[in-house]
Write a protein that binds this ligand. Structure first.
Ligand SMILES: Nc1nc2c(ncn2[C@@H]2O[C@H](COP(=O)(O)OP(=O)(O)OP(=O)(O)O)[C@@H](O)[C@H]2O)c(=O)[nH]1
Ligand SMILES: [Mg+2]
Length: 674
């Protein structure tokens, strides 16, 4: 184990805060990112670190997962944007970046790794390493970062921390970690209860042994202030706190290099404010920067000196450092600190900002290329404009191009039709979030089925994106899953049966093969299975794939859905609409339980001979309809269908609404295949 860091050189980091507020100096710095697969507990851990480091006032009401601050993140319980925060632990400032775990945002995590000097790699004590764990670990190891492994959620009843410990080591070997990296410290933690242990606590005992950190006096270099925060309901055997984690960060994460010389900083992430525009966030690599200073914005390119005259010079309007949940305005900051610069008009991720006298570019990380594309177009349905505020192609165009300003992995292109825009992104979640955000802002539009973006292989052949698919299901469902994935061209890569009834299967599958699979998977496994997928690589075009195995029920009338009609239809499949919902001709109102589409009349009421009969409609027993979320819709629809997105509704519809037109198109499509 590495010993405590000795104060062998003068503390180089300095941040002068504007105004009279005295800053607590000198400080040491640690810059860390928290990385993991989705839902392994990163944001919950940051909550507890903030609490125990005393960021909140005593008694202050703080919402859970406070870093997931935007409404969509709160609603979905996931992190979408990475965020910076900082805590003080003794005389050390720890800058923490909470990152998103969903695979669509992997590129962002990769860039974040450039601004930190260490990572906390969280792994769920039951799930073990997952596809995204492998991805972020590979990136962190390749950058030479030495992780601190935190086996989290040890409180879970199905936790198997020792097995997961072994699996992490196996992963490190697989990824050819250096011996120093394999020697990473392992901690056992529960972010929910705010505890971390160096040794696995005994479930029968009281409190874990947190060797070495119980006596703060023994380590005078790192006084360990702690703001006790005991989560109600903490089991006895989990008595403890996060001191072992803070200690590990101080001991194992190297302080940032504090290079003297002309200012130089790589922009790792962007933020946006309606007042100051783009905000560039990164770690100062060398020298210092002041508010009001003129800097050079170097265009992307090879590392090294950039010729004079090829870059703009701009003034840093404001300079902010991170402190708890706030950003504090500072007048100057030096190498090693993570700062936010505003006023740099046109700045992009991956660019280097320097002293104009020493325009030396750093190696950036290219923004990941999109893998799927959809068409956004003006709503042409009969309900167009009913509840949206922005419905014209001009408004749609303006909004989409504005998005590109801050959503770096997104591309928007015009098409031959002035009403349609091609939007390319990293996956269904990436595009789904854009769609959801726009709908909340009052936009209305149609979205097509996603298409994969193909590339040309080395010999001119066509390549398409492949995904890594991981499925956890109970044994009896293995057969069904294999049967369904075969025609989708999935290749079984690994299968593990640890013997407790749940089987884990890993596949390599063309991204196209996954379209429409999630809803089938949920039906087939009756909601018991878990599936995760992430982009793996480009590979040979897999040839034609079968589409959705079931057809849909299409409304042949415009009107209002009636319980009586829905009751009769639910025998034919799963409905997507509720009674009293408006429907129109060509709208998809449910899934047919067989192949082939079915024209139906969801508005057909019982003949109203007297009041009692129509009143008795309410008593009809209806299955709850399937909720159509945007991501599900994106995965679900076929080429001849569209998603209608409005502030009040997400509907599925046929491209051609009229029955005759649909038949005609279906005939010509069949003819084209034959
Ligand atoms: N049992 C248990 N559940 C936990 C623990 N930590 C977090 N959770 C739960 O796991 C879920 C995900 O937690 P988050 O902190 O949002 O996970 P995350 O890694 O930030 O997720 P993303 O940002 O979406 O990748 C939430 O429901 C938490 O309550 C833990 O230590 N034990
Ligand atoms: Mg999170």
């Amino acid at each position: 184990m590495a010993g405590p860091l000795l104060p062998c050189r003068p503390p180089p980091y300095e941040t002068r805060i504007l105004g009279s507020q005295p800053a607590r100096f000198p400080v040491h710095i640690r810059n860390i990112a928290i990385i993991a697969h989705v839902d392994h507990g990163k944001t919950t851990l940051v909550d507890m670190m903030l609490r125990q480091a005393g960021v909140f006032r005593a008694g202050q009401q703080v919402m859970e997962r406070v870093m997931d601050s935007n409404p969509l993140e709160r609603e979905r319980g996931i992190t979408i944007l990475s965020k910076n925060t900082a805590v003080r632990w003794g005389d050390t400032k720890i800058n923490i970046v909470d990152t998103p775990g969903h695979a669509d945002f992997g590129g962002e995590v990769e860039r974040i790794l450039k601004m930190v000097d260490g990572v906390l790699l969280l792994v769920d004590a039951a799930e073990g390493p997952m596809p995204q764990t492998r991805f972020v670990t590979r990136k962190a190891l390749a950058l030479g970062l030495k992780p601190i492994v935190v086996i989290n959620k040890i409180d879970r009843s199905d936790a198997e921390p020792l097995r997961v410990h072994d699996e992490c080591l196996e992963l490190f070997m697989d990824l050819e970690a250096s011996s120093a990296q394999i020697d990473a410290p392992f901690l056992y933690a529960s972010s929910r209860f705010g505890v971390a242990f160096e040794e696995l606590p005994d479930k029968q005992g009281v409190g874990g042994r947190v060797s070495g950190v119980e006596a703060p006096d023994a380590d005078t270099l790192h006084p360990t202030p702690l703001h006790p925060f005991i989560v109600p309901g903490t089991p006895d055997w989990l008595t403890g706190d996060l001191r072992p984690l803070f200690k590990a960060i101080l001991d194992y994460v190297p302080p940032p290099e504090a290079l003297e010389g002309p200012f130089q900083m790589l922009v790792s992430t962007l933020d946006h404010s309606p007042y100051v525009g783009r905000i560039a966030i990164g770690k100062i690599g060398r020298g210092r920067v002041r508010a009001g200073q003129t800097v050079a914005l170097l265009p992307w390119g090879e590392p090294g000196l950039v010729p004079e005259g090829t870059f703009p010079r701009v003034k840093v309007a404001q300079l902010h450092g991170f402190e708890g949940l706030a950003r504090v305005e500072v007048e100057e900051a030096s190498a090693g600190e993570i700062v936010a610069l505003s006023g740099l008009e046109g700045i992009e991720i991956g660019q280097t900002v320097t002293d104009p006298e020493a325009p030396e570019r750093l190696a950036g990380i290219a923004v990941e290329e999109p893998t799927i594309t959809v068409d956004f177009s003006v709503n042409t349905g009969p309900f167009a404009g009913r509840d949206g505020r922005y419905v014209t192609s001009r408004q749609l165009r303006e909004r989409l191009f504005r998005e590109v300003e801050r959503n770096v992995a997104l591309r928007v292109e015009e098409t031959d039709s002035p009403d349609t825009f091609r939007v390319a992104g990293r996956g269904e979640l990436h595009l789904g979030i854009l769609m959801e955000t726009m709908r909340r802002e009052g936009y209305e539009f149609l979205v097509s089925r996603p298409r994969v973006i193909t590339r040309e292989g080395p010999n001119g052949e066509m390549h398409e994106p492949y995904e890594e698919l991981l499925i956890d299901i109970s044994e009896p469902f293995v057969g069904t899953v294999m049967e369904k994935l075969g025609p989708r061209r999935a290749e079984l890569v690994d299968m593990r049966n640890p013997g407790h009834g749940t089987v884990r299967m890993a596949f390599r599958i063309p991204a196209r093969g996954l379209f429409g699979y999630r809803s089938e998977f949920l039906t087939d496994t009756r909601g018991n299975g878990v599936m995760h997928h992430r982009f793996l690589e480009y590979g040979q075009w897999a040839g034609p794939l079968a589409g959705r195995s079931r057809g849909v029920m299409v409304s042949m009338v415009q009107g209002t859905a009636v319980a009586f009609a829905l009751f009769n239809l639910q025998e034919r499949g799963v409905l997507f609409v509720r009674p009293t919902e408006p429907v129109y001709e060509g709208m998809v109102v449910g899934e047919h339980c067989r192949p082939g589409d079915l024209d139906v009349n969801p508005a057909k009421g019982k003949r109203l001979t007297n009041m009692r009969q129509s009143g008795s409609d309410d008593a009809v027993l209806l299955e709850p309809p399937r909720d159509i979320t945007l991501e599900l819709a994106l995965e679900y629809i076929e080429d001849n269908e569209l998603i209608e997105v409005t502030p009040g509704a997400v509907r599925l519809r046929k491209r051609a609404l009229g029955q005759n037109e649909r038949k005609k198109r279906a005939r010509s499509a069949r003819a084209a295949v034959d």
